[in-house]
Design a binder for this molecule. Structure first.
Ligand code: C2E
Ligand code: MG
Ligand code: MG
Ligand code: MG
Length: 277
């Protein structure tokens, strides 16, 4: 072939698009079947008290083991689950699995579960969560729901009613990835949060970059004023931990302490990292 003319280029582009479409379609089909084929698991990442370094609970993180592609990160499939309408049934599975696991942990620990904006806008969520708590036997106060600012964007009354109904039975709400979205501070006034999680972007830069440290300081000050619990996520180094400890950030989570762990390992971690009652 001498030179790629316009038509040739288009054909090439078209073929690439078709291949891409085929791949996406395959992934969609795989995702639709993944729950039935038991390809999902939960990993549990410990959350520790900064002062004592004892574990106070874990965050449940969804894992998909694809039969040929291996472990697929949530960043590659959570959005697709939302698009395909799979987030509600899979989210229900996540909640139930996390509660059934956490019921075996010490009574003073909690499990945090991530909820998609679509779940927050689902009117069936309240009854579903109540039913799961009854089936699992987990007391409501041991469940924290993590939502991101995007769940709240529309200022939908359903979200507000859902939060009120679940908080009334003792469930706690945490605003995830705090500081990354739009006008986060406003949400703290409009929605009844119990805590925030400072996004790892700020934590990872706070030791070297004064602007990141300034933002962490401000978030800690606001949280103290508003009586909110604070978890710093993505703590990877001793220096970051030390900086957070000095600033009296109450809770920490990150690879420096523990990576997301399989259920039995998580249970062992909790048992070996807690103050004797
Ligand atoms: P997230 O809720 O902010 O979860 C924290 C993410 O940071 C997790 O990524 C965790 O593995 C990672 N991480 C923890 N410690 C460190 C660290 O020290 N350094 C670094 N670089 N990363 C750390 P993961 O598991 O890949 O999850 C990504 C996101 O996917 C989560 O962010 C959450 O938004 C979403 N996700 C995970 N599981 C679920 C789920 O069951 N339902 C929904 N709706 N979303 C989920
Ligand atoms: Mg989270
Ligand atoms: Mg987060
Ligand atoms: Mg995140």
């Amino acid at each position: 072939q001498a030179k790629t003319d316009g038509v040739g280029l288009w054909r090439e582009f078209d073929a690439t698009m078709q291949a891409r479409q085929a791949l996406l379609f395959e992934r969609e089909q795989d995702l639709r079947n993944a729950l039935g084929k038991k390809q999902f698991t939960l990993a549990y990442q410990p959350i520790l008290d900064t002062g004592t370094r004892q574990s106070v609970g874990c965050e449940a993180l969804l894992r998909w083991t694809h039969p040929t592609h291996g472990s697929v990160p949530p960043s590659e499939f959570v959005g697709l689950m939302e698009k395909l309408g799979l987030i509600v049934p899979i989210g229900r599975w996540v909640l139930e699995t996390a509660c059934l696991e956490a019921v075996h942990w010490p009574a003073d620990t909690h499990v945090a579960v991530n909820l998609s904006p679509i779940q927050m806008n689902d009117e069936g969520l309240v009854d579903e969560v109540k039913a799961i708590l009854i089936r699992s036997g987990l007391p409501a106060h041991r469940l924290t729901l993590e939502v991101t600012e995007t769940s709240l964007l529309e200022d939908n009354p359903i979200v507000r009613n859902t939060m009120d109904a679940l908080r009334a039975i003792g469930i706690r709400f945490s605003l995830d990835d705090f500081g990354t979205g739009h006008s986060g501070l406003g949400y703290l006034r409009r929605f009844p949060f119990d805590g925030i999680k400072i996004d790892k972007l700020f934590i990872q830069d706070m030791v070297e970059q004064p602007d990141a440290a300034a933002i962490v300081n401000a978030l800690l000050a606001v949280s103290a004023e508003l009586n909110l619990d604070v978890v710093a996520e993505g703590v990877e180094t001793e220096a970051q931990y030390e900086a957070l400890r000095q600033r009296h950030c109450q809770y920490v989570q990150g690879h420096y302490f523990a990576k997301p762990l399989a259920d039995t390992e998580a249970r062992r971690f909790i048992l070996t990292h807690r103050t004797a009652p």
